[in-house]
Design a protein around this ligand. Sequence first.
Ligand code: SF4
Length: 434
Amino acid sequence: MTATPTFFLWTIGCQMNKAESERLTNHLKCLGFDEAATAEEANFIVLNTCVVRRSAEERTLNKLANLKGLKQAGAGRSIVVTGCFVGPEREELHRRFPHVDFFFGPGDFGDFADWTTELTGIRTAGDSSFLTAHPDVSSFVPIMQGCDNFCTYCIVPYRRGRERSRPVKEVICEVERLVQRGTGEVTLVGQNVNSYGHDLPGNPALSDLLLKLSEIDALKRLRFLTNHPKDMSPRLIETMAALDKVCEHLNLPAQSGDDDILRAMGRGYTVSQYSKVVEEIRRIPHVSLSTDIIVGFPGETAGQFQNTLNLLSRTRFDAVHAAAYSPRPGTVASRTLKDDVPAGEKKRRLLEVETVQEAIAGEINRELVGQDVEVLVEGRKKDKWEGRTRSNKLVFFPCNDHNMGEPRGEVVTVQIEKATAWSLQGKIVDYEPK
Ligand code: SF4
């Protein structure tokens, strides 16, 4: 190790990975590492990986191949790999990637802490550095690991294991610590966050946790993701509507708008049951909804794909995260169903979803032109401040308005002047510089 060790952390994948990377950052900073801008400049490189789609796995493999040269170039670099790429077969991973010094499974921070202690000789107090994310205006807090659903296409339960919820007190302590250090907004994350607590003594629900967290004075906003439609209870919807701090935005993955495909995916609901849940959620004033869609699932016909487009047109989501199906080794779908939708057709369907959604999101967002919205300012890009509305829409506004000092972390009112499908632009109308 050099006198001033540096680290570079590369993260891809879901919000859970982002949340875990915030923890790794905090831990490495507690050990005295500085953050490097590139892998080339770092003594210590961590890859936080994803294999949910083949394309993500390919990115990880490319990154590992690039790092091989860097490792051979010397300078005593250590390479660590975590995330869903790291399955139970560690020996096989070490054999395939001998230039990697250490593999640890997603969320297995204890293993990583032991290894960094061996490497640096430093142990952080009770490894508490892992219990808290690196504070930011907006921080992710994992409240559970794993998933019990075993959707037929999904590798997550095989890599992250069964659902394990963090105790209520532990989550509250973490959020209190983050808020004391300047975090204004917390997003509670888990693969299936709305089934939180069923494995804890007394079975506290996500609603109970939201109620408790809402009592933290300086906390401005609370969000949670992602949700399984079958676990979206009426009580959770009521709690969202009742608590001021809980933002009116929800991600509710539909995955398909066709009952036969949903059955083959093992999703556990029909289109009509999904739409009923959406109807309930729409009772929350100004609620915005986003969803996840998979196109080209095995056997998906043109008619079944059309049913997905129909669902998008009927539901009018604010945002859609669409991906083409790719078989993941070890999953039920990859073992039992033929990946028979040609790659070109998957690409065409993806484009069609994006085109339909772009038109819908553009229309929804243009309705906001002329309105005042509350924005939590997260940062600055060139001559614009950026932040999000309670409904999770990205807003940009000029830095020079009102002789703005440092509004990062503040909630400001912005009047929307322009809208596209992806973001809003406006001018600040209510802000008192400190
Ligand atoms: S709910 Fe389904 S898609 Fe989501 S993580 Fe669990 S198994 Fe995967």
